[in-house]
Each structure stands twice: as structure tokens, then as C-alpha cells.
Ligand binder design. Structure first.
Ligand SMILES: Nc1ncnc2c1ncn2[C@@H]1O[C@H](COP(=O)(O)OP(=O)(O)O)[C@@H](O)[C@H]1O
Ligand SMILES: [Mg+2]
Length: 324
């Protein structure tokens, strides 16, 4: 099989020009994708899925980190070459299908082929073949705007696959369709992955969608929390090594690190700063209860006459008046 893509320690910071605030959308994410794999990034809204997909597809450069695609670092590739790379290597499907609404299904697909300078006869044949594979050949002359949500996603997928890309990236591909339609789409993706050996990377907030993949990786607040799926390689869980301070001066440790230090919630840490650069955290294993010292220790003195309990410094009994 072999590795198709290898992303290492990706950070992405969205800086705002108007305000001081910046958002750390990715906080050290590493991911390897094998050829022919069907992998899903699952996480709630705002966890960084779209940011990650755009970086992996070469639509955006990360603030830090590398993306090796067939051993080429696309984060360092000049813009013109990157455009070529995207056309030839990656197919994109977005939530809305992002088709041109005023063009027919046929033209939407054929157009992406013409960008790669394919002769007309071949373009026509390939387009019809793709629309057929996606089950929308009978809708070929329909304007994109008139297609249903599910049909639109099928045409978008046909277009994404037109140039035999090595990787299909799809951002919430079933986000705008009903449940039944999403099941049919997911089965189609599964089928294409099996029959054509296409590599798929999807982002979704839905565990149901994630269930169709070989492997699902969980993203939360810009960090991988863990992964699920068949044949899980536990060493892959251990990849996230760097941490970054977020907008609120908080540092979150990756799950894999927390597991290694065998700590538990509520552990107190001693923080030591070395040379203004390094910090050492040491757990405070035990801490003794603080002793409260009272100014005066009051002992009890029993009255020998009436057995009344008096303070030790009393000169006479408060009850019977007997002198001590
Ligand atoms: N263009 C942008 N400018 C500033 N912040 C952004 C931008 N795009 C996304 N973000 C922020 O980055 C974080 C991750 O967003 P995103 O990658 O879209 O997550 P998801 O796709 O999982 O919903 C969020 O906090 C989001 O508000
Ligand atoms: Mg998103």
C-alpha cells in the first residue's frame, strides 16, 4: 500500500488584523494516510476539521508543520506549482457541492477536465462514464441549481474524481442532505473506495458518517484525541508531541501524553521556570493538611468541689466560686 500523505505537527493560527485576538485552530496535528485508505476526521463544529482539510489539500498553508504528499512537501511548493498539484492530485467535495449553479451537471464535470487540457471526445466519454458511476447520468442536462441535494453531491463527486486524483477530500459531504440520502451517498463512497481503490479523507461532525470509514480520527479543539477503526496502530495515537498556548493562555496536553504520565484529574502540579524558557511540571504527590495554630491552647480544669469544667487559667470556679 504505502503512505500517500504524511502531515507532521501542523499548527494553524488565524490572525485577526482588526483585533489583537488570534485563533489557534490546529495545535500540533500529525496524520499519515495510506494509499487506498478511507479515513474520516470527526469532531464538533469549530474543532479545526475544515482548516485541516484545506491544509492537506494544498488550499492553504499551515502556520507551522509539514505536509508530505508522495514525499513532496506541499507547504513549501510555490503557488503556481501548487495549483497544478491540486488539479492533478486532489479532488474536493464541499458541503454545498460547490457546483456552478447556472451550468448543467454535464458541464460542471466536463469543465474540470478541460482545465487539464483533455481532448473533447475523451472529455465527453469520461464525463458520461462518471455521471453513470454516480447514478446521475439521466440528470446530465439539468442545471446544477435544479438538482436535489443528493444529486448535487453525486455530481460534485464525479467532478472531484474526473482527473483520477490520488486523494478525494470531502468536507461534510453529507451535511446538507437528509438521512436516507446520506446513507446512499456513504454507500457509494464506500463502493468507490473498494472498487477503484480511491483514497478518501472526509471531515464530519457525525459519528454515523465516521462509522463508514476504515479509520476515524477524533479532532477536538485543534488536537487529535484518538482514533477508532479496524487494525488500529497504537503508535499513531502517540504522534502529537507539541503543545501551544491558546488565546486564553491555556495549554492543553494531548491525551497520549496524559496517559503516559499516569496522572489523574485534580492532581496538583508544581511549576518551575528554568531560564525563562523551560518549565518543569512535577506532580505534588501528597500534601499534608495545613496545621492551624491557635494563639492560646485552652485546657480544661475540673473544679474539685462541684466538678464543673473551667478553663485552665481560671482562678476560681465559675459555678461554685471555689478558689483554685
Ligand atoms: N478565516 C478564519 N478566520 C479566523 N478564524 C477562523 C477562520 N476559519 C476558521 N476559524 C476558526 O478556527 C477554528 C476552527 O475552525 P474550522 O476549521 O472551520 O473548524 P470545523 O470545520 O471543525 O468547524 C474555529 O474556532 C473557527 O472559528
Ligand atoms: Mg468545517
Amino acid at each position: 500500500m504505502g503512505t500517500l500523505l504524511s502531515a507532521k505537527n501542523l499548527y494553524h493560527i488565524y490572525r485577526s488584523r482588526t483585533e489583537q485576538a488570534s485563533v489557534v485552530a490546529l495545535k500540533g496535528v500529525s496524520l499519515d494516510i495510506d494509499k487506498g485508505e478511507y479515513i474520516v476526521i470527526v469532531g464538533p463544529s469549530g474543532s479545526g476539521k475544515t482548516t485541516l482539510l484545506r491544509i492537506l489539500g494544498g488550499l492553504m498553508r499551515p502556520t507551522a508543520g509539514t505536509v508530505l504528499f508522495d514525499n513532496q512537501d506541499i507547504t513549501k511548493t510555490p503557488e503556481e506549482d501548487l495549483t497544478m498539484f491540486r488539479r492533478k492530485t486532489v479532488g474536493f467535495v464541499f458541503q454545498e457541492g460547490n457546483l456552478q449553479p447556472d451550468l448543467s451537471a454535464f458541464k460542471n464535470v466536463a469543465k474540470s477536465l478541460s482545465l487539464n487540457e483533455v481532448p473533447y471526445q475523451f472529455r465527453k466519454r469520461r464525463t458520461l462514464e462518471l455521471l453513470k458511476t454516480m447514478g446521475v447520468a439521466q440528470r446530465k442536462n439539468q442545471l446544477a441549481v435544479r438538482l436535489s441535494g443528493g444529486e448535487r453531491q453525486r455530481v460534485a463527486l464525479a467532478r472531484a474524481m474526473a482527473n483520477y486524483p490520488e486523494l478525494i477530500l470531502a468536507d461534510e459531504p453529507t451535511g446538507n442532505v437528509d438521512y436516507e440520502t446520506s446513507v446512499r451517498l456513504l454507500e457509494l463512497f464506500r463502493q468507490l473506495n473498494k472498487d477503484l481503490g480511491m483514497t478518501f479523507l472526509f471531515a464530519t461532525h457525525s459519528n454515523h458518517v465516521a462509522g463508514y470509514a476504515d479509520r476515524s480520527v477524533e479532532l477536538r479543539d485543534g488536537l487529535f484525541l484518538g482514533q477508532h477503526g479496524r487494525d488500529i496502530d497504537l503508535t499513531r495515537l502517540d504522534m502529537t508531541r507539541m503543545v501551544v498556548m491558546d488565546n486564553d493562555n491555556r495549554v492543553t496536553f494531548p491525551e497520549s501524553i496524559i496517559q503516559q504520565i499516569e496522572t489523574k484529574i485534580g492532581t496538583l502540579w508544581n511549576v518551575e521556570v528554568l531560564e525563562k524558557k523551560r518549565i518543569v511540571l512535577s506532580p505534588i504527590e501528597e500534601w499534608s493538611e495545613v496545621e492551624i495554630e491557635t494563639k492560646e491552647t485552652i485546657e480544661i480544669k475540673e473544679c474539685p468541689v462541684c466538678r464543673e469544667k473551667n478553663a485552665s487559667n481560671a482562678k476560681s470556679c465559675v459555678k461554685c466560686g471555689a478558689k483554685f
